[in-house]
Design a protein around this ligand. Structure first.
Ligand SMILES: *Cc1c(COP(=O)(O)O)cnc(C)c1O
Length: 388
């Protein structure tokens, strides 16, 4: 790590550990947690998080979105269950079964193919059934016909129906009624299967919003995603139940400072023209780092504990800010793009909104060009960089 990084994402594993503990305290004692670390842990780094929490007793396992993400965890020696939450194409079946990756199943035909491949390998495949109760994304319909298909699946060789889940579309809204309806449909479908003699040991419904505000949806496990990273699922979710700490700060350093006379245009397109003599500073980060171009003429950074507004367009690798009212700014000064500096703080939630992205998207979009620096017990614990 350099003293004057161009840009870095500082990820606090202490904050992540705190967020897990806060969630654990809010769920029932016999409910476990699936840590959702898809999209490289929402941009924070999946491996560092897996290593941090894999031995926690209440961690059931991990969930990802892509087969490659599951293999990354297995290749790193993660032994707890890894579940892929979406549908995987057939060409991956063989490798996923060989590496003991749990797959989501939404049809009899997929289950039959998995069973055949598992028999061929003389291994067992563990599946989780997805049930569509209102998201209309993937999953079995909660009908008698589906229940019959699942009865057939339960008899397939070398295949174990380990889990069944549904996904809430609106648990992060003020009105919890739509999520309650989904939970009710899931539970009724679960009972229907039970009456057919199918008992599924790992039942899960809750996402982060459910973990915070739907204790009735705890069941056997819950799927924690955005809350791991210290970000609330939405502005409508209560902040006093589970107290989260943001895990990621993004910092850069000023490379250039200059005075410009009134009438000077700044950056591509000349969308900002100085109305008076100004002092401006250049920040060596841009949209190629995942810093949204839509913050052009809108966002700000923190320098010396003060807000420095963005002037003109954010470029691929640089942008300019107004430091006229911040005394003594010089090259090398730290510029906080996300995080706290003195009394000021910029959160991913705030800039997710301001940029027209969305908090989840903002975090996922921090690009591979930005090194992740991990902090544990208050000290630098490791670093993950894309460049060799
Ligand atoms: C991404 C995802 C989650 C995590 O959602 P959060 O809102 O981040 O908690 C849970 N379940 C499924 C099926 C998902 O796709």
């Amino acid at each position: 790590m350099k003293n004057y990084d161009r840009i870095k994402a500082v990820v606090s594993l202490d904050a992540i550990a705190h967020n897990f503990e806060e969630m654990r305290q809010n769920i029932s004692e016999d409910t476990k947690i699936i840590a959702v670390i898809k999209a490289d842990g929402y941009g924070h780094g999946a491996l560092a998080i897996a290593r941090l929490v894999q031995d926690y007793e209440y961690i059931w396992g991990f969930a990802v979105a892509a087969p490659e993400e599951a293999l990354e965890l297995r290749n790193a020696g993660v032994t707890k269950p890894v579940l892929i939450l979406g549908i995987v194409f057939e060409e991956y079946f063989s490798e996923m079964i060989a590496r003991d990756v749990r797959l989501t199943v939404c049809s009899l035909s997929m289950a039959e193919k998995l069973s055949r491949e598992a028999v061929r390998q003389n291994r067992e495949v563990h599946i989780h059934l997805a049930v569509d109760t209102g998201m209309s994304r993937i999953g079995f319909e909660d009908t008698e016909k589906s229940a019959e298909e699942i009865r057939v699946i339960s008899g397939l060789k070398n295949l174990c129906i380990e889990g069944m889940f549904t996904h809430f579309a609106r648990a992060d809204e003020k009105d919890k009624a739509p999520a309650e309806v989904q939970l009710g449909r899931y539970l009724r479908f679960s009972e229907l299967l039970q009456r057919k003699g199918i008992t599924i040991p790992v039942r899960h419904c809750s996402n982060s919003a459910g973990i915070i505000r739907m204790p009735e949806a705890n069941l056997n496990v819950v799927r924690a995603g955005i809350t791991i990273y210290g970000i609330y699922p939405s502005a409508q979710v209560e902040r006093d139940i589970v107290k989260l700490e943001p895990a990621m700060e993004i910092v850069s350093h000023v490379t250039f400072v200059k005075n410009i006379p009134a009438g000077t245009a700044v950056s591509y397109g000349g969308t900002f023209v100085a109305p008076k003599p100004m002092k401006i500073a250049t920040i060596p980060a841009g949209y190629a780092d995942g810093y949204p171009r839509s913050l052009s003429n809108k966002g700000w950074v923190l320098i010396r504990g003060k807000r420095a507004p963005i002037l003109g367009r954010v470029c691929m690798d640089q942008f300019m800010v107004d430091v006229t009212d911040i005394s003594g700014v010089c090259p090398g000064d730290q510029a906080t793009l996300i995080g706290r500096d003195g009394k000021e703080e910029i959160t991913i939630e705030e800039f997710g909104d301001l940029s027209g992205r969305f908090s989840y998207e903002f975090a996922c979009c921090v690009s591979k060009r930005v090194p992740r620096i991990y902090i544990k017990d208050g000290k630098v614990w490791g670093e993950q960089t894309f460049f060799e």
